[in-house]
Design a binder for this molecule. Structure first.
Ligand code: ZN
Length: 403
């Protein structure tokens, strides 16, 4: 396996990274959509042409696909995006680690906290995300909470003491501090005042997602009427014991106006759930997210979180004493191959769920596809038994990671 990797890397250098002029890049590879050999020309960060070519004999070209887009990620590589002392250096470190995993855009996700902490978080994120080295990879932020269900099970790991009713004035203040960059907010539709709050958010251009909630069928329908268009990590942020008829899962699956995000690590949802959710929502309305915690991307082992020991494996974070889940750690690239294995969907379909669909939902019209005129955010990779082996990541026409 090791020697194969070295050969692969050589092919990449020869076939994929032919720099011509300072601002022109030509890449050769197999187009992810149909496996045909292509040469992609990039000028000034934008795809200018895609030409079909004969695949050269004796070389195994890697695949080329649009870069992955993660709508929900709490931290990476030891950096927590809700850290009250988050520095620009931390943020750059996490972004570079995500580039290595093929993520070219992501929404740093801030979870439930008190007002002062949230204001501080968005002040820090707004400032750090302007850094020119990484700015192109941060299209905005995701606020998950604090307007979610305080019920045990539904609130998940969010701290009950900070959970509160939706408050448009508070949200508008956070939005201002963020530089109008909160693109996605996760709320519970059953909270008092949630429906008008959803209406205001949607009207202001913020994507509203239902999550960490125990909403009724009627409340979920009203939320969709008010403009909610997504469900956050469906099947998680949900109590273990629920009524088989009246629970929040069925109405969200049945509501065609709601897309869903899912954590396809094989732990947060089992393979049957992933397959069913995917089949019920269909390719167009299914989006993969990592929901990764700060420990993700670090070497596997025992770490201390708060005052508790947690076990980080390559796929997930657990409380080892009870052997229960403590959080997600699977990078989005692994979720792509997991979806292919679990549901038998094709590579183009899995990439669509991790790139094209989130780009469309966020209104990032220049991302998530490979065609002339689109921004050159691309990944070059081999498919291996372990999943996508990312060889190179390109953001706005610039190679930001090379194996
Ligand atoms: Zn959550």
């Amino acid at each position: 396996m090791r020697s194969k990797n070295i050969i692969t890397a050589c092919v990449l250098v020869l076939a994929c990274s032919v720099l011509k002029a300072s601002d022109t890049l030509k890449l050769k590879g197999l187009l992810y959509l149909d496996g045909s050999a292509v040469e992609i020309s990039i000028v000034d960060g934008t795809i200018s042409a895609i030409e079909r070519m004969e695949e050269s004999a004796g070389t195994r070209l890697p695949y080329i696909a649009p870069g992955l887009i993660d709508l929900q990620i709490n931290g990476y590589s030891g950096v927590d995006f809700s850290d009250q002392e988050l520095s620009t250096e931390d943020f750059i470190k996490a972004t570079k680690a995500l580039w290595k995993e093929g993520v070219t855009s992501y929404l740093p996700t801030v979870i439930t906290a008190d007002g002062e902490m949230l204001r501080n978080s968005f002040t820090l994120l707004a400032s750090a995300s302007k850094d020119p080295e990484i700015a192109a990879s941060i299209p905005g932020f995701h606020l998950e909470g604090p307007y979610i269900s305080p019920e045990k099970g539904f609130r998940g790991a969010h701290l009950e003491k900070y959970i509160r009713k939706p408050n448009w004035e508070e949200f508008a203040g956070l939005q201002e501090i963020s530089g109008n960059r909160i693109r996605l907010v996760t709320v519970a539709p059953e909270m008092e005042g949630a429906i008008p709050f959803i209406h205001y958010c949607a009207r202001s251009g913020v994507l509203v997602s239902l999550g960490h909630h125990n909403g009724s069928s009627e409340q979920i329908r009203q939320a969709a009427d008010a403009g909610a268009s997504l469900s956050t990590h469906l099947g998680n942020g949900c109590a273990n014991m629920i009524d088989r008829h009246n629970n929040p899962l069925w109405p969200q699956l049945a509501e065609d106006r709601l897309s869903i995000t899912i954590i396809a690590d094989g732990f947060h949802l089992n393979q049957d759930e992933l397959k069913c959710f995917y089949r019920m929502k269909g390719l167009e309305r299914t989006i993969l997210v990592s929901d990764a915690l700060d420990l993700a991307g670090l070497p596997p082992g025992i770490y201390i979180r708060g005052e508790r020991e947690v076990l980080l494996t390559p796929d997930v974070i657990k409380f080892p004493a009870e052997n229960v889940l403590a959080g997600a750690a699977t990078p989005l690239s692994k979720s792509v191959s997991n979806m292919m294995n679990f549901t038998r969907c094709s590579l183009p379909d899995a990439i669509r769920m991790a790139s094209t669909n989130p780009a469309r939902l966020l209104g990032l019209d220049d991302l998530g596809e490979i065609s002339p005129g689109k921004r050159a955010d691309l990944i070059i990779f081999h498919m291996t038994d372990e999943g996508l082996e990312i060889l190179s990541t390109i953001v706005r026409g610039k190679i930001v990671y090379e194996k």
